[in-house]
Design a protein around this ligand. Structure first.
Ligand SMILES: [Zn+2]
Ligand SMILES: [Zn+2]
Length: 107
């Protein structure tokens, strides 16, 4: 069984309740981490992420789940601007989505 727990928010450092039902929900989802932010800060972050992006999410992304932060980079192959899920360091080639696609027997 689960019992209500009191956690401290890493954003506003206020204590908040990690309720039994939330713990159950987390366990059902397979999350092993406890929430690090209070519901207020979580909602605030969600709202922040919702706005100011490159418009509506484009289809075809089959990742599902958590959204990653994307960084701008220049594709080493075609020179176009690319979005990569890691911070480009300059010592490694970066490929845009088109060029990154693994070669297939498709021609
Ligand atoms: Zn908070
Ligand atoms: Zn490219």
């Amino acid at each position: 069984m689960y019992r209500d727990e009191s956690l401290n928010c890493t954003d506003c450092s206020r204590p908040f309740a990690f309720t039994a039902s939330e713990q159950e929900f987390f366990a059902a989802k397979g999350f092993t981490n406890k929430p690090s932010r209070c519901p207020d800060c979580r909602a605030a972050r969600k709202a922040q992420r919702g706005e100011g992006g490159g418009g509506a999410r484009s289809g075809g992304y089959s990742g599902g789940g958590a959204q990653r932060e994307m960084f701008d980079a220049i594709c080493s192959t075609c020179g176009k601007t690319a979005q990569v899920p890691f911070k480009p360091r300059g010592d490694k080639p970066v490929y845009c989505r088109d060029c990154f696609t693994p070669r297939q027997s498709y021609r």
